[in-house]
Design a protein around this ligand. Structure first.
Ligand SMILES: *Cc1c(COP(=O)(O)O)cnc(C)c1O
Length: 413
């Protein structure tokens, strides 16, 4: 290391939890009410909290934007599950991304993997530049990280697995390279949830989630969270959380906390279901390729085995269907259990065509370079029964592909 490079000071890590994931999911950040004994926390809707003298609030709270009991409890629970010392909740996953980017000084440079969540790509390309932060995208970060780092590079942004092609990044390898130059590594862990992967354990500095997906898990709350170990980040991001005010309501914090208590059960079931569907699709002559990190055929299966709990693949997969865009669209209309809709990570299974829906905003050339072809279908497996989901996917596949033959759409099938 040369003298002008500043290594990241490794912050103290969170103490190793005594209990395992399921126990923490149910009990972390869930104290009984000391006054009533209520086992489930009350929803604290009050926006302001009484003070006994000027500057002397009765308890820990003054004004709800700065902090409130429900948000605190949710943040404590996420911190425990991500093996972090701190977690901060925001009004959405997108607000979380925005605040992490806004914590950088004007003139900072960021390196990001190419196939990030569509909204993240939009923020990086259309908003960050307005406050002088510039982002370089790379489809092969493990290979070219050293070349892409500039003196002003401050952050590396990873999604693993990526959306919607489910490619993986070796977090430890990137963190090791980044830390030599004093650069922080952020991992968007939305697709796996803290049950399947804990990025801080692999050297990441910040882990972010769209809580809207697996953590809440019931498709009825929009929220985000960031978790980390460093005191300096705690100070800066807490300041921005309050100053910008993109915070979740007490009610949403309570709902998301309720959802999180069953995360381990849902994540296991979603993995079982996605594995079954992925295997069935892979065996079908109507499928060109399946992207699922739980399959041995996944090109980066070794990373999944190293980084994911028991090598689990999670609930998300995507596949290329024979018959092009039309077949992909027909597939999503023929499913009876998978609902055609954006989003993911809920108890109910969803399907979508990224090129015309979630990733429509990314120019076609860039999209295809990242593997997002028009015939790609993305599935979010919920917690229904594996047999039913697999049968549903196979019957929709059959109809979608034979439809192309019958109607001769595009002349290929
Ligand atoms: C949904 C999503 C986001 C954005 O979260 P919102 O809660 O919708 O703002 C960010 N990253 C990933 C991977 C997502 O799936």
């Amino acid at each position: 290391m040369t003298q002008h490079e500043h290594p990241v000071q490794t912050p103290p890590r969170a103490p190793s939890p005594v209990h395992r994931f399921g126990t923490l999911a149910v009990h972390a950040g869930a104290p009984h009410d000391p006054h009533t004994g209520a086992v489930i926390e009350a929803i604290s809707l009050s926006t302001t909290f009484a003070q006994t003298a000027v500057g002397q609030p009765v308890g820990a709270y003054e004004y709800t934007r700065s902090s409130n009991p429900n948000r605190d409890n949710f943040e404590n629970a996420v911190a425990a599950l991500e093996h972090a010392r701190y977690a901060l909740a925001f009004s959405s996953g997108s607000a979380t991304t925005a605040i992490v980017l806004q914590s950088l000084a004007a003139g900072s440079h960021v390196v990001s993997v190419s196939d990030v969540y569509g909204g993240t790509h939009r923020y990086f390309t259309k908003v960050a530049a307005a406050h002088g932060v510039h982002v370089t995208f790379t489809p092969s970060i493990e290979l070219d990280i050293e070349e892409l780092i500039r003196p002003e590079t401050k952050l590396i942004w990873i999604e693993s697995p990526s959306n919607p092609t489910l490619s993986l990044v070796d977090i430890r390898a990137i963190a090791t390279a980044a830390h030599k130059h004093g650069i922080l590594v952020v991992v968007d862990n939305t697709f796996l949830s803290p049950y399947v992967q804990n990025p801080l354990d692999h050297g990441a500095d910040i882990v972010v989630h769209s809580v809207t997906k697996y953590i809440n898990g019931h498709s009825d709350v929009l929220m985000g969270v960031a978790a980390f170990n460093s005191d300096a980040l705690k100070e800066r991001l807490t300041f921005l959380q309050n100053a910008i005010g993109a915070v979740p309501s007490a009610f949403d914090s309570w709902l998301a906390h309720r959802g999180l208590k069953t995360l381990h059960l849902r994540a296991r079931e979603a993995t079982t279901n996605a594995t079954s569907v992925a295997q069935a699709l892979e065996a079908s002559p109507n499928v060109i390729a399946v992207n699922y990190p739980g399959l041995n055929s996944h090109r980066q299966r070794a990373i999944a085995i190293k980084q994911h709990r028991k090598g689990m693949g999670g609930g998300m997969l995507s596949f290329r269907i024979k018959g092009g865009k039309e077949a992909a669209e027909r597939f999503c209309q023929h499913t009876k259990i998978f609902t055609l809709a954006e989003s993911l990570g809920g108890v109910e299974s969803l399907c979508e065509v990224p090129s015309s829906m979630t990733h429509a905003g990314i120019p076609k050339e860039q999209r295809e370079a990242a593997g997002v072809f028009d015939d790609l279908v993305r599935l979010s497996c919920g917690i229904e029964d594996a047999e039913d989901l697999t049968a549903d996917a196979l019957q929709a596949l059959e109809k979608a592909v034979s439809g192309a033959k019958v109607n001769g759409v595009n002349g290929h099938a």
